[in-house]
Design a protein around this ligand. Sequence first.
Ligand SMILES: [Zn+2]
Length: 497
Amino acid sequence: MTESIFPARLGALTRSSSACLEMAHNLLSDRRPTLNLARLLACVVVLLWFLPDTTEAAPEAPAVTAFTDINVVPMDQERILTAQTVIVHDGTIVAIGRDVTIPAGARIVEGRGAWLSPGLADMHNHVDGANDLALQLSLGVTTMLNMGEARNSFVGRTRAAIARGNVPGPRAFAALAIDGSPQHGHLVVATAEDARATVQVAKANGYDFIKVYNNLSTEAFAALTTAAAEARIPVVGHGVTSVGLARQLKADQMLVAHAEEFFYTFFPTPGPADENTAPDVSEISAAIALIRRHDAFVVADLVTYGAIARQWGRPEVVEQYPASPEARFLAPGDRVSWAASGYARRSGSLDARRWFLDVFVNRMNAAGVHLLSGTDAPGIPGLVPGFALHQNLLALEAAGLSRFDALATATRNPGIFMARAHPGLPPFGTIAVGSCADLIVTSANPLEDLRTLSRPIGVMANRRWFTQSDLSALRERISTAYRNAELSDEPGEASRD
Ligand SMILES: [Zn+2]
């Protein structure tokens, strides 16, 4: 099987028993394939292994895939490997080089000088609907972290179906969000005893993280971090008002879920004259010293705060969102909740803080802080899943990061973060032998123009290969569904940050 990326000669790939035999052969021996009982048995075993155990759409037949004549952006360091062959077997990269032997029977994707980068990660969103999952994948997002309020069915079932290749979407991690009051609509954890029980509940339900929120009590926070450390479930989240980020990071909270949390629980509180005054930039070094001391990660969600700042007190900005090109991929429930969101009715301006965040993020990056891309989509009006991640990469570049450093926040750094959070996970975020084959193919070099990543011409995720026509079919299916039906993909409550 050979296909070129550019003219979509092959659309959906079909199951092929001969390909399977070839693959089984390649798995088992280097000799020429001859049909015998052992190989036939191996083929049956391989097919059974990949057969879906649900009634969901079956994934493509598994195969060894060889990307040929492709320029690799490995993201381990700032470099390009030109004219490479990359071999993927069973969802893992097994060979990269110029003189790599392509196994017989492999599916060959002719790169013809295209570019291969690690798939992208949105490490702060609130996506749990099937359409938003497919939308993200169609835009090259192959990993996500749901930061709270996901449906139980998403945490327990949908994520497993994605991993099996039965549901198109990014590999999904999930955080259980808890707060000390019902003010923001999160699960209330009032006491130390509640906090300890929460850790067990999170563990039993397969959550990867616990996300702390603004109003947690000091007592609950202390009990939570102790119990979470014992259970090996990392704590991430907002600044907790009663505790403060300085003590939170000291207690091993490993991730600050928004860069702007430092306004609320670290930098000096502004006077009553203008509560949205930006801190003095001289305060930044103390914040960086704190983060570095505890080797914490920070979600550099410039797109999130930028969207809020743009619509703050400006209803005309929110009224424009339905006319944006990406709005046809927005779930009707979110369309309704965006219009009802309160930011446009606020007074004053966040512009000074928006500018400060650019400086802060740029300085953190220069100091070696591990920044992760995140968006909060679709909870913040204006931020459509998938599209928002690409906008965040551009916002990071505009703030002064190199394109390599900006792209690292959505590839290499999330890989480092997850490896530290959960040692033993299959590695992702770079193109290297042994890494997950989460891959995005583009027609141009993303290190010369990040925008090329928003127009992928191929994506590989969860052992499946999606051609450019597969990706646009995913998007068309979504926009058609939204156009033709009052179909709500999402619970539809804005500001689920
Ligand atoms: Zn959020």
